[in-house]
Write a protein that binds this ligand. Structure first.
Ligand SMILES: [Zn+2]
Length: 312
């Protein structure tokens, strides 16, 4: 006879699982960008580059200050940080607060995924996988203002593949509030349409920004630099992955929701510092997470406003 787990216990399990995966996310955030081929672009110092043969899988975690290996009992998510008082056991260098924060954040996102999608286990696991990718992208973009191709383009490829395996990830490509896709062909169409709309929306934003700069330069009679980036190419590829996974409707929602967060943070930043530049990836990631969990609700909310019949 099957026993039913208490739902709050399940959320606790999801949180703990997320904290462990978050610990791995910390490794990815640190190691993925610190490759020799990125040295010039990211301005890495020699000692910041990961030694030959190191990857996200090996060797096991080490202290970035003294490079001493970290034993498993000093690597328990959240708990070890508290137990070690935020310091490396070997050299006593302080461990950035970001490490337990990323573990806590990933745990929280996993619990939200479980709460939203269980008992649909495959869908929950996909949502968790996407969540950890969003966390990694967010912090690499905050550190270096890049989104690595392995995550954005790799993510797009995985998104199309998953769409073929799990058609229920997608709404039908048309009309806007059509029920969820039931066939592989429908889902793949929705996925490709999503990738094109996701990338296209960022490209359109870039083109408009360039036009604005060009007109402004002409009115002022100054030269304009056609090579400057209004929106990063990384954001474009990232949005292809978001659309590929969640469909074009979701890509449109993310495109319009992310600037709300971005503008708010940008205003705060302008008040505290003179550097107006903010990494845009984290806002796209935040919007993508919200849309992943509540795409249908948001669409129904808009749809009801438009007098349309809500989707299932
Ligand atoms: Zn150390």
């Amino acid at each position: 006879m099957a026993t039913r787990l208490d739902p709050s216990a399940l959320l606790g399990v999801a949180f703990a699982f997320g904290a462990i995966v978050g610990s791995f996310a910390n490794v990815c955030i640190y190691r993925i960008p610190r490759k020799r081929e990125n040295q010039a672009e990211l301005g890495l110092k020699d000692e910041e580059i990961l030694p030959e043969g190191h990857s996200v899988a090996k060797p096991r975690s080490f202290c970035p200050s003294c490079r001493a290996g970290i034993a498993w009992y000093d690597n328990v998510p959240l708990l070890s940080y508290a137990f070690l008082n935020g310091r490396c056991r070997a050299c006593k260098a302080s461990i950035p607060f970001r490490y337990p924060f990323v573990e806590f954040l990933t745990g929280t996102l996993f619990a939200l995924c479980a709460w939203r999608f269980l008992p649909d286990l495959p869908r929950t696991l996909v949502a968790m996988g996407v969540s950890v990718a969003l966390v990694i992208i967010t912090f690499i973009d905050l550190d270096f203002r890049i989104i690595p191709d392995g995550l954005s383009l790799g993510g797009t490829a995985v998104a199309v593949l998953l769409s073929g395996l799990m058609p229920a990830l997608h709404l039908r490509a048309w009309p806007i509030l059509a029920p969820e896709a039931s066939s592989r062909t429908e889902a793949l169409t929705a996925s490709l349409a999503g990738a094109v709309v996701g990338a296209g929306s960022i490209y359109a934003m870039h083109a408009l920004g360039m036009l604005y700069l060009r007109v402004k330069a002409r009115l002022k009679g100054t030269a304009w630099d056609p090579t400057q980036e209004v929106v990063g190419g990384g954001d474009l590829k990232f949005m292809a992955a978001v659309g590929g996974l969640m469909g074009w409707q979701a890509a449109v929602l993310v495109f319009f929701i992310a600037p709300v967060f971005g503008a708010t943070a940008g205003l705060v930043r302008m008040l505290v510092s003179r550097d107006p530049y903010i990494a845009y990836g984290p806002f796209l990631a935040l919007a993508a997470f919200l849309v992943m969990l509540w795409r249908n609700d948001i669409l129904v909310w808009f749809g009801t406003g438009l007098g349309r019949v809500p989707a299932a």
